[in-house]
Design a protein around this ligand. Structure first.
Ligand code: NAD
Length: 324
């Protein structure tokens, strides 16, 4: 077992988080993560309406009695979601842990904290982490440039970003981006983090609700097989490299605007990748850590493997270094 300030604060057995993943953070995966003793997050915007989110929370509770949370992403969207209504659904459902991500969640923190919700804010820079701490979040998930989805615009990798954040914050810091195994967990703890957040690694588990062909594609891919799209628009997004991601990069490079790529990057198109297994049908988020993913274990196997191997690394190889 590895006990940290994060495991104490959030009441989970292991310092491992399954962060919000659009179209993937559904009841089956989140419940499996919770039952394995880690902290999983349903992805709020995966549910088309606040009412659907309430149902998905109830469905998750039928599958686990362990703690889990809801991811609340605040980033550009083609159709603006009714954030306040989703927030009300979270509160009404009695959810006590929320992962905010993207823009500073001030108004949501102001509404969620007084009703006892603990908040992990996921962001990509030290300055944003400090700001989040100042508005009262309980922990920060700091997302290095290696990550899937939105790495921000600073391009600072985790090896620098994690310690740069932990040395400045008082609240617990979760290391995110580029972590997929015990080596990453031990490294993150050494850099001052209290746990790790993983997306891509959980995407490739037995309970992950996506087509098996996508999981096989992740196993076959290397750390080099991602693209950064939407960079010229200041909304950099790391996705699996395919014909569609190449086309998006080219159109914007040639001076295109969001209107010129809207149909290519639309989330509904990415969702169909996960549903059909046709990995070239749209853009879909994946991190550089896919180069470290070599199998499709159950969530329970994955979590216990990571913890067992992390303890072995700490008590074995690392401890032995001090005895030589
Ligand atoms: P969507 O269909 O609304 O948008 C598709 C993509 O275009 C997203 O990357 C979005 O950020 C971007 N986008 C939308 N409007 C834009 C604009 N005016 N300028 C620049 N970029 C714009 O998104 P969705 O797939 O339904 O996802 C809902 C939300 O979840 C989005 O904010 C998306 O960015 C976010 N998301 C997060 C993750 C993650 O890893 N946390 C992964 C996928 C999506």
């Amino acid at each position: 077992m590895l006990h940290t300030r994060f495991t104490e604060l959030f009441g989970v057995r292991h310092p491992i988080v399954q962060g919000g993943m659009q179209w993937v953070g559904r009841a089956e995966l989140v419940a499996a993560v919770a039952n394995a003793g880690a902290l999983g997050f349903l992805t709020m915007l995966t549910q088309p309406t606040p009412e659907d989110l309430v149902k998905e929370i109830a469905r998750t509770r039928e599958l686990t009695d362990q703690p889990f949370g809801v991811n609340f992403t605040i980033l550009p969207t083609i159709t603006p979601p009714p954030y306040a209504e989703y927030r009300a659904a979270i509160i009404e459902s009695g959810i006590t842990i929320v992962e905010t991500a993207g823009n500073l969640p001030t108004e949501h923190v102001e509404a969620l904290k007084p009703v006892g919700v603990r908040i992990i804010h996921k962001c990509t820079s030290v300055r944003h982490a400090l700001k989040a701490e100042s508005i009262g979040v309980d922990a920060v998930s700091i997302d290095g440039f290696e990550c899937a989805g939105h790495p921000g615009e600073d391009d600072v990798t985790g090896l620098v970003l994690i310690p740069a954040t932990t040395e400045r914050l008082r609240i617990p810091v979760i290391a995110s981006g580029g972590i997929a195994d015990a080596r990453g967990l031990v490294a993150a703890l050494a850099l001052g983090a209290e746990g790790v957040n993983m997306g891509t690694r959980f995407l490739c588990t037995a309970e992950s609700p996506i087509h098996d062909d996508v999981k096989q594609a992740i196993v076959a891919a290397s750390e080099r097989d991602t693209d950064l799209i939407l960079r010229p628009l200041g909304n950099t997004t790391r996705v699996a490299r395919n014909a569609v991601s190449r086309e998006v990069v080219q159109r914007l490079h040639d001076g295109g605007t969001f209107d010129d790529v809207r149909d290519l990057v639309a989330g509904v198109r990415g969702r169909s990748v996960y549903e059909t297994g046709d990995i070239d049908r749209g853009v879909w988020s994946v991190g550089q850590s896919q180069g470290l993913v070599h199998d499709i274990p159950t969530v329970a196997e994955l979590v216990s493997r990571i913890i067992d191997e992390a303890v072995d690394i700490i008590n074995g190889r690392l401890a032995a270094l001090t005895r030589r």
